[in-house]
Design a protein around this ligand. Structure first.
Ligand code: GTP
Ligand code: MG
Length: 247
């Protein structure tokens, strides 16, 4: 549960002292349940999903911590995916239009959603952004969520899939520490692999920890800087786009 935006589901904070037995040392704090907020979001999320299905739009929700490389991955993707698939982008940030400007320079239609104090995009924001874009029928829509591993995992935007992005500078343990996102994601991109020679990051350990949270999660290792791994990511995009159209 995020206290600043009250965006949680049922939440229970457990306070534990390392090395001391759980049973006697933890305290719990019940935090108010915000069922109504999430139910309202889910309702609009379903409406967005119907719109995407009617228009044959493949919508992907990109979620990561700040700076993992979401916009950099999109920039390279837009430049290399080719003209066969029409693509547009909804950018989410608390403030500024910096990411939208980068996407626009990469050649895609884009709208920026500024969430102010909010730490995630919600389905109503997406409804309004869709009206402003609007994405073409039979197209691919990327939604870059606000940089945050916690709250975006809880909000259904009506997307086809969540793509979790982790970069190798963040440490292998993020899937275990922030399990909601990795449980909800279909694909995990591991970015900035060009930096691996300079780091202790253990790729296999990261994947093992993520699979403990979500055994069905698939991984693509890439670098938005060098382009390594992009053929596999572009192939995943084409396969997912074609599969969603054949349904
Ligand atoms: N070395 C290296 N740097 C990268 C790579 N991808 C992104 N970066 C750098 O990481 C920084 C953050 O990249 P962004 O693409 O802005 O990250 P973001 O996830 O969109 O950030 P927010 O929108 O603020 O959450 C920038 O300085 C990028 O140049 C990569 O593959 N390798
Ligand atoms: Mg960004």
């Amino acid at each position: 549960m995020c206290d600043s935006c009250h965006c949680g589901e049922t939440a229970e904070a457990t306070i534990v002292i390392p090395g001391q037995p759980h049973g006697h040392q933890h305290q719990t704090r019940k935090i108010m349940v915000e069922h109504e907020l999430l139910a309202q979001n889910d309702h609009q999320g379903e409406a967005n999903r119907r719109f995407f299905a009617e228009q044959k739009i493949l919508a992907l929700n990109l979620v990561s911590s700040p700076g993992s490389g979401k916009t950099s991955i999109l920039e390279r993707t837009l430049k290399t995916l080719g003209p066969k698939i029409a693509t547009s982008v909804i950018e989410g940030d608390q403030q500024t239009t910096r990411d939208a400007e980068r996407i626009s320079a990469a050649g895609a239609p884009v709208v920026q959603v500024n969430t102010g104090a909010g730490c995630h995009l919600d389905a109503e924001m997406i409804r309004r952004a869709l009206a402003r874009l609007p994405p073409k029928p039979h197209s691919l829509l990327f939604i870059e969520n606000v940089g945050n591993l916690v709250c975006p995992a809880l909000f259904d935007l009506g997307e086809h899939a969540k793509v979790a992005i982790i970069s190798v500078t963040e440490g292998e343990d993020k899937p275990q520490k922030y399990p909601h996102l990795f449980r909800a994601a279909s694909l995990c991109l591991i970015n900035k692999i060009d930096l691996l020679p300079h780091l202790d990051f253990d790729l296999e350990l990261c994947k093992t920890l993520a699979r403990q949270v979500n055994p069905r999660l698939t991984f693509i290792e890439l670098s938005a800087k060098s382009g390594e791994g992009f053929p596999a990511w572009l192939q995943w995009l084409r396969d997912t786009f074609n599969a969603s159209h054949s349904h």
